[in-house]
Design a binder for this molecule. Structure first.
Ligand code: PXP
Length: 252
C-alpha cells in the first residue's frame, strides 16, 4: 500500500503566540522542525479574522516550503480575498474549507452541493494556476459526488465527528468510521485523491490511516498540544510511526 503522507498543521503555534501578542513561538520555526521530524508537508489555515496564522506567516511559510521543495497546503475559505492570496503565493495545494467567524474551529465540511456555483469556478481558477485543489467535506456520499462534479482533484474527509465519538466512548464511533470508509471508497472510485483530517490523535490515527484509499492526513491541534509535553519532533515521529504501523498491518 502506498505510504501515507503527513501534513502538519502549525496554526496553533500561532494561537499561542497571538495569546500574548508576542513574536514567539514562531510557526515558521515549527514548520522547519516538523519537516525535519518527518512531516511531508506543512498545512496552515489563514482565517478571515487572522486569529492565528497571519499574512506574514503565509509569506514566510510559502518561502521556506518552496526553498525546501516541500508542499504547502493553504486552507482557505471560498472568498475573493483568499483566492487573491492563493494566486499570489501559488502554494502546492489549497484546501477549501467552510468558515464562520463565530466557530471555534472548522466545525463541519464544506457544503459543495449548495455552494456549487461559487466553488466550481474557484476550483477552475486555482487549478488553472497549478494549485492542487481539495474540498474539505463531511463523509457524505452526496458531498463526494458534488465535489467530483465541481472538478476538485482531492477531497479531504472531515474526521472530527469520528474522533469526538471515540474520545467520548460513544457507540456512534463505529458508524462514523464506516461512513469515512464508504466516502473514501466512493471518492476514489470517482477518481479523486482522498485525504483526511481534523481532531486526529494517537488513538484515532490508526483506524483512519488504515483506510486504504486515504493518501494524506492533516493533523495539527493534538500534535501542538503534545509538543508541550514531549516536544514537537518526538510528537510527530510518534504519529508518523502509528500511521506507518496502521498501513503495514493492512499490507500484511
Ligand atoms: N484539515 C482541515 C481542513 C482543517 O481545517 C483542520 C483544522 O485546521 C485540520 C485538518 C487539522 O485539524 P486538527 O488541528 O484538529 O488536527
Amino acid at each position: 500500500m502506498t505510504k501515507l503522507r503527513l501534513g502538519v498543521n502549525i496554526d496553533h503555534v500561532a494561537t499561542v503566540r497571538n495569546a500574548r501578542g508576542a513574536s514567539y513561538p514562531d510557526p515558521v520555526r515549527a514548520a522547519e522542525m516538523a519537516l525535519a521530524a518527518g512531516a511531508d508537508g506543512i498545512t496552515a489555515h489563514l482565517r478571515e479574522d487572522r486569529r492565528h496564522i497571519s499574512d506574514a506567516d503565509i509569506d514566510a511559510l510559502a518561502a521556506i516550503t518552496r526553498r525546501r521543495g516541500r508542499p504547502l497546503n493553504l486552507e482557505m475559505a471560498v472568498t475573493p480575498e483568499m483566492e487573491a492570496i492563493a494566486l499570489a503565493h501559488l502554494p502546492h495545494a489549497a484546501c477549501l474549507v467552510p468558515e464562520r467567524r463565530e466557530e471555534v474551529t472548522t466545525e463541519g465540511g464544506l457544503d459543495v452541493a449548495r455552494g456549487h456555483n461559487a466553488i466550481k469556478p474557484l476550483i477552475g481558477r486555482l487549478s488553472a494556476a497549478g494549485i492542487r485543489v481539495s474540498c474539505f467535506i463531511d463523509a457524505d456520499l452526496d458531498q463526494v459526488a458534488a465535489a467530483a462534479s465541481a472538478g476538485t482533484a482531492v477531497v479531504e474527509l472531515h474526521t472530527g465527528a469520528y474522533c469526538d465519538a471515540v474520545r467520548e466512548r460513544s457507540p456512534e464511533a463505529a458508524v462514523l468510521l464506516d461512513k469515512l470508509r464508504n466516502a473514501a471508497r466512493e471518492a476514489a472510485a470517482l477518481g479523486l485523491e482522498v485525504h483526511a483530517g481534523h481532531g486526529i490523535d494517537y488513538e484515532t490515527v490508526k483506524p483512519v490511516a488504515a483506510i486504504p484509499e486515504v493518501m494524506e492526513l492533516n493533523i495539527g491541534h493534538f500534535l501542538i498540544g503534545e509538543a508541550i509535553f514531549i516536544g514537537l519532533g518526538p510528537a510527530i515521529q510518534r504519529m508518523r510511526a502509528l500511521m506507518d504501523e496502521a498501513r503495514s498491518v493492512r499490507a500484511a
